[in-house]
Design a protein around this ligand. Sequence first.
Ligand SMILES: [Ca+2]
Length: 219
Amino acid sequence: MKGSPFATLAFTATLTFLAAGCTSTVLAPTPGAEGFDQSLTGWRTDSTGGSGPSATWGTRPDAQAISAPNVVGMQAVNHADDDRFNLFWTTGSVADGHVAVAVRADAGVVDQGGGPMWRVQDANNYYLCRLNPLESNFRVYVVRGGVRRQLATAKFEAKAGAWHRLAATFVGDRITCSVDGRVLLEAQDATILQGGGHGLWTKADALTSFDDFVIKAKS
Ligand SMILES: [Ca+2]
């Protein structure tokens, strides 16, 4: 990334931005994005940690879909583990690149929200960023051996029931993450540098809708 502020970053950057009052962005379909509007091939359900069956994921029609007619999300939790991460992902080989997805937190008592994953090696090794309306924050994590480690956090007043576009750019050990086009997180981490798959992540009982998923390798 030319002109990026990475040179000034510490290994763990914690940026604090107050995004209260930020209005929800009107999102439009991205050309070439996965809109979950046709049959999916290669996507799988999975989980990290906890016990019991994985959550059930699927597409469904939604009047507020970014690309009509469908969104994708968890249909049923199927477990009662507060520490279980629910994954819906597909294999890939992107090492350096960009991932983005529209996220709408619909419901959840223990947890809400979610976000995209990248460099997914398997159900226990990947990166993710996620927003959480219950905690009013936006965070980036690395999961290694099933153990999640926070890399950076920012305050963000996500609107439950409204779409937000989450994005991450990852080049080598540098990561930047944005919400609605605003970069809120910067981190440096070399835990997983090799290419991998990509997908969607929620925690516990967070029922969240996703649409307009973009994955792009760095050219
Ligand atoms: Ca769609």
